[in-house]
Design a protein around this ligand. Structure first.
Ligand SMILES: Cc1cc2nc3c(=O)[nH]c(=O)nc-3n(C[C@H](O)[C@H](O)[C@H](O)COP(=O)(O)O)c2cc1C
Length: 350
C-alpha cells in the first residue's frame, strides 16, 4: 500500500529520464506485471515557468493526463513552495496517483548546480520540510520519496532521511542501494537497504538496484525484507521482466521471454508510438536509444547498435531492424541455436 493505493504486484517501474515516457509505459503496461509505472523526473521549476498549458505542456508530461492509472509522477527541485505548487496541479489537474519527489539524482545539473536531487540527502530536515509541504498541498494523493543511501560511503544516512520522510507524512520511500558519489559503479548494497527497515514504523520500504531476473526479485523480498521493489534498467532491455517477476513472486512458472518475432513486434510498436508523438525525424533519432536497449544481452547486439545508432529516417530505421535485429541466442543451448537463427530469419522475412 502506498497511502490508499494498493500496489499489486509490489513491483514498481523506476523513473528514468529520457526513457520512461508514455510510449515505454504503454509497452510495460501491455506486457503486464507492473504495480506502479512512473514518469521521467520533471523539473518543478521548469513546469511553473514555462506555462504548462495546452501546447506548452512539458514533453515529460506526454500522455500523463489520459493514460490508465495507477501512475506516479516524479518531480524535482529544492524549494518546498515550488514543489508543493506543482504537486498540487499534478494531483488535481493531472490526477496523478502518486507524487514522487526525487532526492537521489546525482547528475551535476540537478545535484551540484540546482542543489536538488541527491544534494538534499545531506539535509534530512530539509527533506522533511519539503515532503510535509507537498503532502499538505496534494492531500489525499500520496507522496513518496526516492533516495540513495547517502552522499558518500562515509556519510550514509538513508535511515535518517527515510525517517524524515515518514514523519513528514510521506507514504513510501524508495532506496537505490548506492551512494550519490557511486553513481552506477559497483553493486547496489541491499544489506544497507535492509538496515533501513527497522527505522520505518508505518510506511513501506521499496528497494532498488540491479534487479535483473525474476529470481533476484524473489530473493530481494525473501532476503532483505523489503515491502516492494523497483526495477529500472533491466526493464528497458526486457520490459516483460515485470510479468516474469510477478509470476515468480506468486510461485507460478515464469513465462518465457517473448519470441524473437514478438520482440521485433514490440520494438516496432514502441517506434510507432514515438513517431506518432514526435514525427519521423525526431522520433527516429529518439528511438535509437530504446532500440539499443532492446538489443542488450543478445547475440549480434553490437552490430545492431552500431547500425541503428546512425539512422535518421524511418526507412533507415526499418532497414537496420530488418537486417540486424539481434538473434537472442544467449540463453539457448547450442543445439537450439540453429533453429533460433532459422526462426529469426523467418520473422524478419514476415
Ligand atoms: C538513464 C537513466 C535515467 C534515470 N533517471 C532517473 C530519474 O529521472 N529519476 C530517478 O529517481 N532516478 C532515475 N534513474 C535511476 C533509476 O530510477 C534507478 O534508481 C537506477 O537505475 C537503479 O535501478 P536499476 O539497477 O534497476 O536500473 C535513472 C537511471 C538511468 C539509468
Amino acid at each position: 500500500m502506498i497511502g490508499p493505493l494498493v500496489v499489486d504486484p509490489p513491483l514498481l517501474q523506476a523513473p528514468m529520464a529520457g526513457f520512461t515516457n508514455y510510449a515505454y509505459r504503454q509497452i510495460v503496461r501491455r506486457l503486464g506485471g507492473v504495480g506502479l509505472p512512473a514518469t521521467e523526473m520533471l523539473s518543478a521549476r521548469g513546469f511553473l515557468t514555462t506555462g504548462a498549458r495546452g501546447d506548452d505542456l512539458p514533453e515529460r508530461l506526454w500522455g500523463v493526463k489520459d493514460e490508465p492509472r495507477p501512475l506516479a509522477v516524479q518531480i524535482w527541485d529544492n524549494d518546498p513552495g515550488v514543489l508543493a505548487a506543482v504537486a498540487e496541479r499534478l494531483a488535481r489537474e493531472f490526477t496523478a496517483s502518486v507524487i514522487d519527489i526525487n532526492f537521489g539524482c546525482p547528475v551535476r545539473n540537478v545535484s551540484q548546480k540546482a542543489r536538488s536531487g541527491s544534494y538534499l540527502l545531506r539535509y534530512p530536515d530539509r527533506v522533511g520540510q519539503i515532503v510535509a509541504r507537498v503532502v499538505a498541498a496534494c492531500d489525499p494523493t500520496p507522496v513518496t520519496a526516492k533516495i540513495r543511501l547517502g552522499l558518500t560511503r562515509q556519510t550514509i544516512n538513508a535511515a535518517d532521511v527515510a525517517r524524515a520522510v515518514e514523519v513528514a507524512g510521506g507514504a513510501a520511500v524508495t532506496v537505490h542501494g548506492r551512494t550519490a558519489a557511486e553513481k552506477f559503479a559497483g553493486l547496489a548494497d541491499w544489506q544497507r537497504i535492509a538496515e533501513i527497515k527497522p527505522h520505518l514504523k508505518r510506511i513501506p520500504l521499496i528497494g532498488n538496484g540491479d534487479l535483473r531476473t525474476p529470481q533476484s526479485v524473489v530473493d530481494a523480498f525473501g532476503r532483505w525484507g523489503v515491502d516492494g521493489v523497483m526495477i529500472g534498467r533491466a526493464g528497458l532491455a526486457r520490459p516483460w521482466l515485470f510479468r516474469q517477476a510477478q509470476a515468480a513472486l506468486a510461485g507460478r512458472p515464469v513465462p518465457p521471454d517473448p519470441t524473437l518475432h514478438q520482440q521485433h513486434q514490440l520494438l516496432l510498436d514502441h517506434y510507432r508510438l514515438i513517431i506518432e508523438r514526435f514525427g519521423p525525424k525526431k522520433g527516429t533519432i529518439l528511438m535509437r536509444r530504446y532500440a539499443c536497449k532492446y538489443a542488450q544481452g543478445c547475440h549480434g547486439a553490437r552490430e545492431f547498435r552500431i547500425h541503428v545508432s546512425r539512422v535518421s529516417t524511418p526507412e533507415e530505421f526499418m532497414d537496420a531492424v530488418q537486417r540486424h535485429f539481434p538473434q537472442p541466442l544467449h540463453n539457448l543451448p547450442l543445439q537450439h541455436q540453429h533453429r533460433a537463427v532459422g526462426q529469426a530469419n523467418h520473422a524478419i522475412g514476415d
